[in-house]
Design a protein around this ligand. Structure first.
Ligand code: PMP
Ligand code: GLU
Length: 377
């Protein structure tokens, strides 16, 4: 008898995490590796957030909480969604989980039946397809238009009577593109006309440069059929806190809460108090980080262009998505082995011929990475 589940055997390891682990191992062996393969802000979590968490620990907030997430945090999320995203969200329609990644799996577990198809818009983040497979669904891919990474009606060719959910991410990991109003309207029409649930991953919402962020749940009847995913990792440099949230119609959040009750129970109580401080506190820290990312973005895209590389529109998140001539896996390997620069091949995002470089690293580090890539070119 096979020891492992067929479901898990069909899933690859997370490329973003594997490559970064390899870079970490190389560093431990004494190699001077520059790791630009993971999407993680290099800033410390702002002090007022950390202090709120320490205070919570000191005050004995170390017990079980509501399984859906601390009520005070869900209230703060509800205010935020109304104020910033024009989404009316009762706290009962919000689930706080251990990172947006956890919320995404819970949403899939809550909604999918065997044979249900989930349409994923590529290039797509590495964990969407595994989350669908783990929940027993069937991933179907459609590429965004590779000129500007916007949606077009080729998506309709992939819609079938079994399509249950449409997954997309704006601003996008890995491309950095931001879906414009026409694209989001098209996705809304597709979902409404075909009775599809939208899973809109908006975790990079705060990292956007001169473009507008549109939440699909604020349009038409989408409130009744959208799972909006967001979290604290990227906006507040809180990756290690493992804190994310989802807003969805009550029927779905109730089902997600059931999944949560039987798996994680809820995120760490004191971490959730940090989340309250993040949302209720001064937002200058978010803007300061955004401006610094913008400075790096302009440097990196400029330097890549000077080297003759074409990049996707880097309008959001903290990634430059670079078009390469040849096999992206081989080129990434060469960058790592010869230039000691770790980046992620586009193949991991269902986009061969591209490489993702994270610019969530200091300016000096980026300059050195560019120098090394240029040298082996
Ligand atoms: N969605 C996207 C597009 C991401 O890049 C990430 C980064 N890990 C996540 C979701 C999950 O973030 P987290 O679990 O750290 O909240
Ligand atoms: N989302 C980040 C990335 O794409 C973090 C790693 C992960 O969770 O995939 O690099």
């Amino acid at each position: 008898m096979r020891r492992l589940s067929e479901k898990i055997l069909q899933i690859p390891a997370s490329a973003t995490i594997e490559i970064t682990d390899k870079a970490r191992r190389m560093k431990a062996e004494g190699k001077d590796v520059i790791s630009l393969s993971i999407g993680e802000p290099d800033f410390d979590t702002p002090a007022h957030i950390t202090e709120a968490c320490i205070e919570a620990l000191k005050c004995g907030k170390t017990h079980y909480e509501a399984s859906q997430g601390l009520f005070e945090l869900r209230e703060a999320i509800s205010d935020k969604l109304k104020r910033e995203n024009s989404i009316t969200a009762d706290p009962s329609e919000i689930v706080v989980a251990c990172g947006a990644k956890n919320n995404i799996s819970e949403a899939m577990e809550a909604c999918l039946n065997p044979g249900d198809e989930v349409l994923i818009l590529d290039p797509s983040w590495v964990s969407y397809e595994p989350a669908v497979l783990m929940a027993g669904g069937k991933p179907i891919h459609n590429s965004l238009n590779q000129k500007d990474f916007q949606a077009d009606d080729t998506i309709l060719e992939k819609v079938s009577k079994n399509t249950k959910m449409l997954v997309f991410n704006t601003p996008s990991n890995p491309t950095g593109a931001v879906l414009n109003r026409d694209s989001v309207t098209l996705l809304k029409d597709i979902c409404e006309d075909n009775d599809i649930i939208a899973l809109s991953d908006e975790i990079y919402e705060k990292l956007i440069y001169d473009k507008e962020h549109i939440s699909i749940a604020s349009m038409g009847d989408m409130h009744e059929r959208t799972i909006t995913i967001n979290g604290f990792s990227k906006a507040y440099a809180m990756t290690g806190w493992r804190l994310g949230y989802a807003h969805a119609p009550l029927e779905i959040t109730k089902a997600m809460t059931k999944v949560q009750q039987h798996t994680i129970s809820h995120p760490a109580s004191f971490a959730m108090w940090g989340g309250v401080a993040a949302l209720k506190g001064d937002q200058t820290c978010v803007e300061n980080m955004r401006q610094e990312f913008d400075r790096r973005r302009r440097y990196l895209t400029g330097a890549l262009s000077d080297m003759g590389y074409k990049t996707a529109p880097a309008d959001g998140a903290f990634y430059a998505f670079v078009k390469v001539d040849g096999d992206d896996m081989e080129i990434c390997n060469e960058w790592l082995e010869k230039a000691l620069v770790a980046a992620t091949p586009g193949t991991a995002f269902n986009a061969s011929g591209w490489i993702r470089i994270s610019y969530a690293a200091g300016m000096d580090t980026l300059k050195e990475a560019v120098r090394r890539i240029d040298k082996i070119k």
